[in-house]
Write a protein that binds this ligand. Structure first.
Ligand SMILES: [Zn+2]
Length: 408
């Protein structure tokens, strides 16, 4: 089991200077490796019987593809030529190359997200992949070639866990260490059990469950965005590359970080709240990137539903709550009680089914209805008997379903 804990660290001026220097060396080596990759690709782009004289770089046909191991093995040779590479611990440089190839593999698999060159200051983190001894002692963290750095260990590392990796982050408000801790104890994966709920996310209410719990969208972002707008306005008035420009830029960056933290904190609390309510949670497998291209794009991005789903899975795993995704298509157009199709426009806020009368006497919010349908689909996916075996299903047929508790 691997957990990620983030702590603030306080390097002194000298340590900060070397960290900044290392980040830039990482950036340069990343760009060099990416250039090699791109050159190889370009050299193989033109037709086999001709050769472009204008743009394409020519490499010999038997030049191997610069894969991860080749580029990693070239690092010692490069260090002889460029001694400044030696300033960075060698494992940090290696994982940096690894990072490029992870991005490359992602691009190969998904067909988008080609790795880009990083400009000055854009490399903001580096990974220390291995520690022989426990690196955190009370209030200090020991990093290779840097020595001891004070750390704010606001959350103690649980017993039986050892530090596996440390990623150092540079943010506008200071330096952070993301510590990956692992234990050898195998925690069994949670399975479907107990009380089940479906969760539907949306913009009008942040999320709804099939038990009629409604989480209102958070208001505090609006205030933060107002402040961000002021800061961005101030930044735009400054002369570029001046000292005051840099100060204003740091403030804008800090505000962006602040909003991201607010959001993450909110989502973690909400995930814990949902895990309190159920033993099994079903969510939609919706691709929110497509949603973000619509007319509510900004609000969708702000809500960060995809991140929420990941956080919910992480929290669920820690707390023994089973979280799974179900097919999202048509969940809002189906009656959760009799499963017939009920067409709704975006403006129709209530679910009323004329087939079985669900929602006629007592209005049912459309988001709650679709959360109930998500719950149905989850049970169908995992229960061997299907929905017919679960409680309340037959008895509620023809009558308005009350309370909607479903269990496996
Ligand atoms: Zn119905």
């Amino acid at each position: 089991m691997i957990l990620n804990y983030t702590y603030r660290i306080y390097p002194d001026v000298q340590q900060q200077e070397s960290l900044n220097q290392w980040l830039d060396i990482c950036r340069v080596s990343y760009n060099y490796a990416l250039r090699e990759l791109k050159d190889w690709m370009h050299s193989r782009k033109c037709a086999i019987d001709r050769c472009s004289l204008e743009s394409e770089y020519i490499m010999s046909a038997d030049y191997p593809f610069p894969g991860y191991y080749q580029q990693q093995n070239n690092l010692p040779k490069a260090k002889k030529e460029f001694p400044w590479l030696k300033k960075v611990p060698s494992q940090v440089l290696q994982t940096n190359i690894r990072r490029l190839h992870d991005a490359w593999d992602f691009f190969q698999k998904r067909g988008y997200g080609f790795p880009r060159f990083k400009k000055f200051g854009q490399m903001k983190s580096m990974l220390f992949p291995q520690f022989k001894t426990n690196t955190i002692t009370g209030w200090q963290i020991k990093l290779p070639k840097l020595g001891l750095i004070p750390i704010n260990l606001h959350r103690p590392i649980p017993d039986g866990f050892v530090v596996k990796q440390v990623r150092i982050l540079k943010k506008a408000s200071g330096w952070f260490a993301v510590v990956a801790i692992g234990s050898d104890i195998e925690v069994p994966e949670p399975t479907t059990h107990g009380h089940c709920i479906g969760v539907d996310v949306g913009l009008l209410s942040y999320c709804c469950t099939s038990d009629r719990f409604v989480e209102q969208p958070s208001k505090f972002f609006r205030q933060s965005y107002r402040r961000l707008k002021v800061l961005q306005k101030r930044l735009s008035k400054k002369t570029k590359r001046s000292a005051n420009y840099e100060k204003a830029r740091l403030k804008v960056e800090g505000m962006h970080n602040h909003i991201a933290w607010q959001r993450k904190d909110y989502q973690f609390k909400l995930a814990h709240k949902l895990c309190d309510m159920a033993d099994t949670i079903f969510v939609e497998d919706c691709d929110f990137r497509i949603m973000a291209k619509g007319f509510l794009g900004k609000h969708t991005l702000d809500a960060a539903f995809g991140q929420f789903r990941q956080i919910l899975k992480y929290v669920g795993k820690r707390r023994g709550v089973f979280v799974d995704e179900v097919d999202h298509r048509g969940t809002s157009q189906t009656c959760p009680n009799c499963r017939s199709e009920v067409r709704k426009e975006l403006k129709d806020r209530y679910h009323i089914c004329h087939e079985c009368g669900y929602g006629v006497d007592e209005p049912v919010d459309r988001d709650i209805a679709s959360a109930q349908e998500i719950c149905n689909r989850g049970i169908e996916k995992h229960s061997t008997q299907g929905l017919w075996g679960s409680r309340n299903w037959l008895s509620s047929r023809g009558a308005v379903c009350v309370g909607f508790p479903r269990s496996l």
